[in-house]
Ligand binder design. Structure first.
Ligand SMILES: [Zn+2]
Length: 74
């Protein structure tokens, strides 16, 4: 692998708005502040909107899924 092609990576500290801190390697050379991280994002916690949305999709499929499948087969 030739040198000089890849950007220079630094070990930086990422601070989340939830208070979580973790280190990562980034081309940025200064600490980073983010709104959500893997420990407070709804997708990972599974406690917020994403669950509600999944429930609705499931209900929709139960109500219309079979009907639509039937139509697709004919
Ligand atoms: Zn967080």
């Amino acid at each position: 692998m030739k040198e000089g092609i890849h950007p220079e990576y630094h070990e930086i500290t990422v601070t989340c708005s939830c208070g979580n801190e973790f280190n990562t390697r980034s081309v940025l050379s200064k600490p980073l502040h983010i709104e959500v991280c893997s420990s407070c994002h709804p997708f990972y916690t599974g406690k917020q909107k994403i669950v509600d949305t999944a429930g609705r999709v499931e209900k929709f499929n139960q109500k219309y899924g079979r009907h639509l499948q039937k139509q697709a087969q004919t």
